[in-house]
Design a protein around this ligand. Sequence first.
Ligand code: ATP
Ligand code: LTN
Length: 332
Amino acid sequence: MEEKKVIFSGIQPTGTFTLGNYLGAVKNWGPLQEQYNCIYCVVDLHAITVRQDPAKLRQNTLNSYALLMACGIDVEKSVLFIQSHAPTHPMLSWVLSCCTQFGELSRMTQFKDKSQRHPDDVNAGLFTYPVLMAADILAYNADLVPVGIDQKQHLELARNIAQRFNQRYGDYFTVPDAYISEVGAKIMSLQEPTKKMSKSDENPNACILILDDKDTIIRKFKRAVTDSEAEVCCREGKDGINNLMTIYSIFTGRSFDEITSDFAGKGYGDFKLAVGEAVADGLEPVRTEFARLVQDKAYLKKCYTEGAEKALKISSRITSKVYHKVGFVDNR
Ligand code: ATP
Ligand code: LTN
């Protein structure tokens, strides 16, 4: 029988997940469990590339872990763990950093954005962030990496790093492919629909958090920026409406044409309310399951401890092999 392919992905515990994180990434992770060997990780090491309050980081990490479970990741089917519990990732990252060029890292748009946003703390970790991300993926020889479109450039870099290592030391790493969904790969801000929806947006009306209650979700959609026409249809330049149609389509299964005819002759007010209700109702099971899981600290601890054990088992074997290939003296 053919071996199942390996999937790896991660999410930063930099706050509560947004609707963008959910539709672009996390919502797709659960269904993949049936077909692949899935490994998912809360990437707390990546989170400290921007300043974090330690108590909040710890809380956000545990909440993110529980939220991934609430979004459908089953710890019996997937490996679900916290990145800092697997020191193999930074161990591998060092080796990979020596296969990465300064120029390559300088071209990363996320680095350029984040260093502009935090000019007082352009730290080395922010710069080498994509190398650690490559290590996350290569430590499991993952075949596919389900992410939103904003991570495509990092994925290309991970591929280049894997290829360079393979050329230098002999074929070892699987060169991973990005796995980007056709719809929802880039959900836009509700306030500035030409910008991606992001956890770190300062305007709370710009993003839907998946734990927002129904009233809040509806209120935020009511305030969403659209255009001065009154036609619910997908067209260039109608960024706000295109974004709302994408969201509505994912939650209801209606195609763009169907949505346009459903709302023909109706105003944007009706459409925004319908989107708000569809999203709030669609996220209800996630909110309920999250509320149940966070209560059970002992169970969560058991899950992330076992997750780390499984992750370490795989990544230690691969990291030892890499250390040997590079020429480090074996210590066993
Ligand atoms: P931050 O604003 O703190 O950088 P973020 O909201 O971009 O965070 P990440 O933890 O960096 O979130 O991303 C987790 C996953 O969510 C990644 O796969 C990323 O591609 C995806 N993602 C993030 N924002 C969006 C979005 N607006 N639309 C679709 N996918 C998204
Ligand atoms: N850089 C990603 C988070 C991330 C990741 C990974 C995603 C860290 N390591 C490995 C996929 C695979 C982000 O900011 N969204």
